[in-house]
Ligand binder design. Structure first.
Ligand code: PLP
Length: 412
């Protein structure tokens, strides 16, 4: 089956009495059992079933299974947000004194999170570029994970996963990839050597901008040892499922970062058109980036343009598609604001992966808590605008951006 066929036919709900074509929304908090004995069994993982939506729910599980299958993982855990997914993943494997190697081109919320995690004794070592060489030389005996975005949002640097994972494997460190901006349509990081993949499914997976959620996919590939990860304790006996078992039975459940069944349902509806939307918005982004590159006074960043240093990697690793985010430097903050305000179709909003085109000035919003140095290494300048390209007709987008840029008086 191809990507789009898989999305529709890989796991049809077979047990539904009425033949429903989508999983029903089990919008309940608790699940009743026939007897105290039965509830005891379900509670102790000795019988299949559900007890309480914070620990599991059939609609949420349908979403988890769909994403695990799409990414080629052994299991997935859905969360209330992408940030919850990142937080609970890191807190599951780190102890005080541990280090994580992190790309500095990260999403602003994740950068802020690493600052918060310092209070728990964990240190992030930021690398301006995440490669085999930089990762190999940054690893110390305290390093417990490498975390990077596949296509950095908004730096738009692309990680060579096969290379980075080679460095991780040589040192026995798990590679965690935030693949939000790439989506399973462009790449399955687990198949290229990543161990855990995280998505903010609020973005492309949902696609309609109607629900916040996140999902953690476990590749089952990393060997968790008690010596290196003492907090795993007895969970190491689950072998490839050790991470998932520890996550689901401990912090994920105990922090209560569960996904609402209704939002899981919205994601299940949205993900069915992931392939169609990605094909369309990646092509729109490429066309818009190419068009905007023709204006003097604008600096366009898009990994799918031949001028990008990541063009080769996009061909090799992402099937030639550079994703659906474009950043543009307008020359000054004032011009960036004027450009944004002159657009007819793009909504001024802090989100990506919506069907509609969205535009934002990251420095004054998402990166408002970051230092100047952090901003620059995340590719955020005072004159940068980020465009999350939607599925509108590309002629309309190009015409709209064209009139907005010309209103700056920069037309050559
Ligand atoms: C949006 C985003 C997040 C955070 O996800 P939320 O669902 O907003 O909590 C994390 N990583 C990346 C790359 C994102 O774009």
């Amino acid at each position: 089956m191809g990507f789009n066929t898989t999305l529709l036919h890989s796991d049809r709900p077979s047990s539904d009495t009425f033949g429903a074509t989508l999983p029903p929304v089990y919008q309940v908090s608790a699940f009743a059992c026939d007897s105290a004995e039965q509830l005891e069994k379900v509670f102790n993982n000795r019988a299949a079933g559900f007890t309480y939506t914070r620990a599991g729910n059939p609609t949420v599980e349908a979403f988890e299974k769909r994403i695990a299958a799409l990414e080629g993982g052994i299991s997935a855990a859905a969360c209330s947000s992408g940030m919850a997914a990142i937080t609970v993943t890191l807190m599951t494997l780190l102890s005080a004194g541990d280090e994580v190697i992190v790309s500095s081109g990260l999403f602003g919320g994740t950068l802020d999170l690493f600052a918060d995690l310092k209070a728990f004794g964990t240190t992030a070592r930021f690398l301006d570029s995440v490669t085999y060489e930089t990762v190999s030389s940054a690893i110390t005996e305290r390093t417990k994970a490498v975390f990077t975005e596949l296509i950095g949002n908004p730096k738009l640097d692309v990680a060579d996963i096969a290379e980075v994972s080679r460095a991780c494997k040589e040192h026995g460190i798990p590679l965690i990839i935030d693949s939000t901006t790439a989506t399973p349509y462009l790449i399955n990081p687990l198949k290229h050597g990543a161990d855990i993949v995280i998505h903010s499914s609020s973005k492309y997976i949902n696609g309609g901008g109607n629900s916040i959620s996140g999902v953690i996919v476990d590749g089952g590939s990393f060997k968790w040892s008690r010596e290196k990860y003492p907090r795993f304790g007895d969970f190491v006996k689950f072998g490839p499922f050790a991470f998932t078992a520890r996550l689901r039975n401990r912090l994920w459940r105990n922090m209560g970062c569960c996904l609402s069944p209704f939002n899981a349902y919205m994601n299940l509806v949205g993900v069915e058109t992931l392939g169609l939307r990605m094909e369309r918005c990646c092509e729109n982004a490429r066309a818009l980036a190419e068009y905007l590159s023709g204006f003097e006074g604008l600096t366009v960043n898009y990994p799918g343009l031949p001028a990008s240093p990541y063009y080769g990697l996009v061909q090799k690793q992402l099937g030639g598609k550079g994703g659906a985010i474009v950043t543009v430097r307008a020359g000054s903050k004032e011009k960036a604001f004027r450009l944004i305000n002159s657009l007819k179709y793009a909504s001024v909003a802090t989100n990506i992966g919506d069907v509609r085109t969205l535009v934002i000035h990251p420095a004054s919003t998402i990166y408002t808590h970051s230092s100047e140095e952090q901003r620059v290494s995340a590719g955020v300048y005072d004159d940068t605008i980020r465009i999350s390209v939607g599925i509108e007709d590309k002629e309309d987008l190009i015409a709209d951006f064209g009139q907005a840029v010309r209103s700056l008086g920069e037309d050559r």
